[in-house]
Structures are given as structure tokens and as C-alpha cells.
Write a protein that binds this ligand. Structure first.
Ligand SMILES: Cc1ncc(COP(=O)(O)O)c(C=O)c1O
Length: 399
């Protein structure tokens, strides 16, 4: 039996079209994009085509796209790149972020806090969403940066980023100050449209200044990413070296990875413009409803939040999530508890506990995340396998 992959928020499969687009850049087209000769210029134009494609996905300008090694680097570059200059000049700086961010943001915030930045970590509602009123109350005259994710990796809950960014800009204007707004859109990109407003004044996210993407969450390979940096935003680079990426990210470009990300962005645009997102959403809803009706007392975490169309966070009282994940693995289902990088960790999910779940509730929650390639037949099989595995585990003697 082929395995059923329900862990697309950990990483997505690389689409065959993406592999095909990359292939020449490992073989005949290997030039360094900084070289002036023909081979270099061929890869340079491939990198620039990819940049234009990512910009089109976001309704941004190509020069606002910085290629990085992934979501983690993009998040680090956004936070440290904006705040380090304040520290260097001994100026006060306040950062607002949330308790439900990925560790790429949370641990960067903690590291900046140790260096002198003041940080507010906003708690979400019980449904895993940041309340705009709570956000507004946290703004201070010395707030310089906000970092709120667009979709949560564990629950799929979509945050009201457009609204929060508007509130931040209005506050900054009233105070004659500058507040930059960063969003980690790693789990939203390619799942929902993202409109940064181009060079104009429209677009839901026109007040967002910095936005992170990761290739391996959108059907390109691991180790590729993007930071959108709005025109005019100054960033201190993390890496020092050559003048690559308009002085914002030194280092010879990962050409095959960048080409892959460009192709994946093109495919994401086509996918988002089709009926496929609605079909994925109904597949996810069918899996969710089937599990709720066949597993007594099961519940959905962030049930009432708007969510990306592929993510289910299922709480199953009396079940140890890790044991269930292992049992499902044996039966051919790849799923996870919490974030992939937390697997093996003894601490319960910081996202679920921030939403008010007890440690026991958080430890009994699993994440199922579907991909664009998930089929009806796989969902049918998952609906047989998961409830049976839960029943077996519940029947085992405790202790
Ligand atoms: C919301 C979020 N941000 C950042 C990251 C880190 O991205 P990467 O694995 O590309 O470093 C992830 C990865 O799981 C994520 O889900």
C-alpha cells in the first residue's frame, strides 16, 4: 500500500514540474550568476525570472524579493535586520510579536531581548487568533517592529494581519514614528492569495513591510526561501560578503533552488486561480468531520478560527499524541504532533498551551496537514486507519 502523507505543513513534496525546471541548473547551466560571461549571464537571467515570478505571486516588485536559505533565515533577517541598528545606536526599540509564532521568530525575539530590545509576546484567544484590540493596546511610542504570522503552522489559524498592519501604521502616523510590520507567511503562501499591493495603494497587505516565505512549504525543495522587503525599508544584513541581493544577503545564489521557487510560485498562482483550493478545503473538511464523528470526544483546536484549507489540529482525550503518531506511521500514515521540529521534544506545544490548553490536552493533539496531491481515496483510507488506531490505543491498559 502506498503511504498516505498528511504532514504537508512540515514539508511539501517537490512537484515534478519543479524538479524539471531545476534540472538544467545542475547540469549544463551551472554558471555563477555574478560572472560576466555567457554561462553566468544565463543563470543570472534565470534567477531574475524566478524573482519576477515570486513577485507576481505576492503582487510585489521584483526588486523587493530577497532570496534566502529558507523561512528561518528570512525571519531572522527581518527581525535582526530591522532592530540591530537601533541597538547599535543605543536607541530604545520595542518589538511586538505573539506567543504562537514559529521558533524562528520567537527565539530571534528572545535573542534580541537579551541584547536590549523590549519585547511584548501577545497571547492569542482560545481559538488561536490575535485580537486586534489586544494588539492595539500593546503599541507604544517606541514600538519599531511588529512580527505576526499570517497562518499558524500547528493550527492553520489565519491571523488578521492586514488589519493589524493598518492599526500599527495609523498609530505610528499619530505618533510621528516609524513602525515596520513583518509577517511570517511561510504557512500561508500558496494556500491563499497574498496581495502586497504592488507599487500602488490597494491590496490587503499594503501595510506589510516584510514577509517571509519558505520554498519547502510550497512544493519547492528545502533550503530555499524569500524575504519580501518593501521599497525604502532599510535592513542591516545578517551575512557579510559580496553585494548579492542588493546588499541584503551576501553569498552566491542557490540557483537551482531559486529557479525551483520561481517555478513553484508560478504553479501556486495557477493553482490559486483554479477550483483546486475549494476542492482541497472540502477534502480537509471531510476528513475533519469523519474523524469527529468516528472518534468519541475528539475536538478541533482553533475550531472557530478562519484556517488555511489544509490543516486539522485534532485533540483526542486520553491519547498520547506521540504514541498515536507512531501507530499511524506503522499503518502507513505520516502525520505529526505540533511542529515537525518539535517532534521528540518533551515540552508540549507552545502554540496550544498559549491558547489555554492544559499540558495533557496539548499532548493529546495531533496535526494532519493535507497537500495539493492528497486524494479522496487517501482520505477514505485515513478515515479507516485513524479511528481504529485510536480505539486500539484507548483499549490498552493505562500506566
Ligand atoms: C510558520 C513557519 N515559519 C518558519 C518556518 C521555518 O522555515 P524553514 O524550515 O524554511 O527554515 C516554518 C517551518 O516549519 C514555519 O512553519
Amino acid at each position: 500500500m502506498p503511504r498516505i502523507y498528511l504532514d504537508a505543513n512540515a514539508t511539501t513534496p517537490v512537484l515534478p514540474e519543479v524538479v524539471e525546471a531545476m534540472r538544467p541548473f545542475w547540469e549544463e547551466s551551472f554558471g555563477n550568476p555574478s560572472s560576466a560571461h555567457f554561462s553566468g549571464q544565463r543563470t543570472r537571467s534565470a534567477v531574475e525570472r524566478a524573482r519576477a515570478s515570486v513577485a507576481a505571486l505576492l503582487n510585489a516588485q521584483p526588486k523587493e524579493i530577497v532570496f534566502t536559505s529558507g523561512g528561518t533565515e528570512s525571519d531572522n533577517l527581518a527581525l535582526a535586520g530591522v532592530l540591530q541598528p537601533y541597538l547599535d545606536h543605543g536607541k530604545p526599540a520595542h518589538l511586538i510579536t505573539t506567543a504562537i509564532e514559529h521558533h524562528a521568530v520567537l527565539y530571534t525575539a528572545e535573542s534580541l531581548e537579551k541584547r536590549g530590545v523590549t519585547v511584548t509576546y501577545l497571547a492569542p484567544t482560545a481559538d488561536g487568533v490575535i485580537d486586534p484590540a489586544v494588539f492595539e493596546a500593546a503599541l507604544r511610542p517606541e514600538t519599531r517592529l511588529v512580527s505576526v504570522m499570517l497562518a499558524n503552522n500547528e493550527t492553520g489559524a489565519i491571523q488578521p494581519v492586514g488589519k493589524l498592519a493598518r492599526i500599527a501604521k495609523a498609530f505610528a502616523e499619530r505618533n510621528g514614528a516609524t513602525i515596520l510590520f513583518h509577517t511570517d507567511a511561510v504557512q500561508a503562501a500558496g494556500k491563499q492569495p497574498i496581495d502586497l499591493g504592488g507599487a500602488g495603494l490597494a491590496g490587503e497587505f499594503k501595510n506589510v513591510d516584510l514577509l517571509s516565505l519558505s520554498g519547502h512549504k510550497m512544493y519547492a525543495p528545502q533550503g530555499t526561501g524569500v524575504l519580501f522587503v518593501r521599497t525604502g525599508v532599510q535592513l542591516a544584513p545578517l551575512f557579510h560578503g559580496g553585494p548579492h541581493e542588493r546588499q541584503r544577503r551576501a553569498g552566491t545564489e542557490n540557483v537551482p533552488g531559486i529557479v525551483a521557487l520561481g517555478r513553484a510560485a508560478e504553479l501556486a498562482r495557477t493553482w490559486l486561480a483554479s477550483d483546486a483550493p475549494a476542492a482541497l478545503h472540502s477534502l480537509t473538511t471531510r476528513l475533519e468531520a469523519g474523524l469527529l464523528s468516528s472518534i468519541p470526544d475528539a475536538a478541533i483546536n482553533a475550531a472557530h478560527a478562519p484556517r488555511v484549507p489544509n490543516t486539522i489540529n485534532l485533540r483526542i482525550p486520553g491519547i498520547d499524541a506521540e504514541s498515536l503518531i507512531i501507530a499511524l506511521d506503522v499503518k502507513g500514515i505520516s502525520a505529526s504532533f505540533g511542529a515537525a521540529c518539535q517532534s521528540g521534544a518533551t515540552e508540549p506545544s507552545h502554540v496550544l498551551t498559549a491558547m489555554g490548553l492544559t499540558h495533557a490536552e496539548a499532548r493529546s493533539s495531533i496535526r494532519l496537514s493535507l497537500s495539493r496531491l492528497t486524494t479522496e481515496e487517501e482520505v477514505d483510507r485515513a478515515l479507516e486507519i485513524i479511528p481504529t488506531a485510536v480505539k486500539r490505543l484507548r483499549a490498552l491498559p493505562k500506566g
